[in-house]
Design a protein around this ligand. Structure first.
Ligand code: SAM
Length: 265
């Protein structure tokens, strides 16, 4: 496993993913019943944009760098979260999904974080290891998900799946999602995927729709931030299974605005 998210933290794809994730949590928390949250591919939880990996790629400049300059109310929640960890007003730290999800936990909610690599795991244990409502597992996220569903403490679950897509992640998703749905039909799954061209992302989206077996239960959100070509990631997508009622209509204008802001030069 060579993937190190530090090189990409805060890039346009992260902003899209974390914006959708935050909006989804807010929507689900409109109900005051407990919510179990899972982050199957957690990463380190927080990233220093001044450290060598971030500086080497500079990818964050096309993501959080742009958002930081934008005062639009639509992403005020994500921005204020980023501001909360950069309290001297200078952008240095960027939160990963574990931090974002942990910050949204209510007393009745729980969060399970899975990660396989030692480096990110050290940070996860340090930052979240002593939190009563957060469970940190060094464990394969796909296998853990099937084993841990249905949640013990809640009748509702939000499952964030954010693989590196380096090796067999598509195959593992095709294998895991039907099993996870079999264990917990009503789970809300938010699965991030990379987009090179619209056409190249279609087989994944169509296959997932087929596996779920009901188009109404699948919402596909995506942005394209650069000219389509098959050599690089020019867009970012999130496939949501069992989206809450009204979420698609809520997100569409916001996603369109975000896509404009994140256009790559
Ligand atoms: C894209 S990064 C996660 C970023 C994070 N979700 C965020 O938004 O801040 C993918 C992470 O998954 C981890 N990983 C790879 N395969 C895994 C697996 N089978 N189970 C759990 N974690 C895995 C990698 O070590 C890496 O830290």
């Amino acid at each position: 496993m060579n993937y190190l998210h530090h090189y990409h933290a805060g890039n346009f794809a992260d902003i899209f993913k974390h914006f959708v994730l935050l909006e989804l949590i807010a929507f689900l928390q409109r109900k005051d019943t407990p919510l179990a949250m899972f982050d199957t591919h957690a990463g380190a939880g927080i990233y220093d944009l001044t450290a060598t990996p971030s500086q080497k790629t500079g990818e964050w400049k096309g993501g959080i760098g742009k958002l930081w300059e934008s005062k639009a109310p639509e992403w005020a929640a994500l921005l204020s979260l980023v501001q909360s960890i950069n309290d001297d007003g200078n952008l240095r730290l960027y939160p990963g999904s574990p931090f974002i999800m942990a910050e949204q936990l209510r007393l009745i909610d729980e969060l399970t974080l899975c990660e396989v690599s030692d480096g990110p795991m050290k940070h996860l244990r340090y930052n979240f290891g002593n939190e009563r409502r957060i469970h940190v597992h060094q464990r394969d996220g796909y296998e853990a998900l099937v084993a841990l569903l249905p949640p013990k403490t809640a009748k509702r679950a939000l499952i964030h799946i954010d693989p590196p897509f380096e090796q067999d992640d598509y195959a593992r998703l095709y294998d895991t999602i039907p099993k996870a749905l079999h264990r917990f039909r009503q789970g809300v799954f938010a699965i991030w995927y990379p987009v090179k061209t619209h056409a190249s992302a279609l087989p994944f989206v169509n296959k997932m729709r087929k596996l779920v077996g009901d188009d109404e239960k699948v919402l596909n959100l995506s942005i394209m931030t650069g000219p389509e070509n098959t050599l690089a990631m020019n867009g970012s997508g999130m496939l949501i299974i069992n989206p809450p009622f009204g979420f698609a209509e809520h997100m569409k204008p916001r996603i369109a605005k975000l896509e404009k802001l994140l256009q790559q030069n």
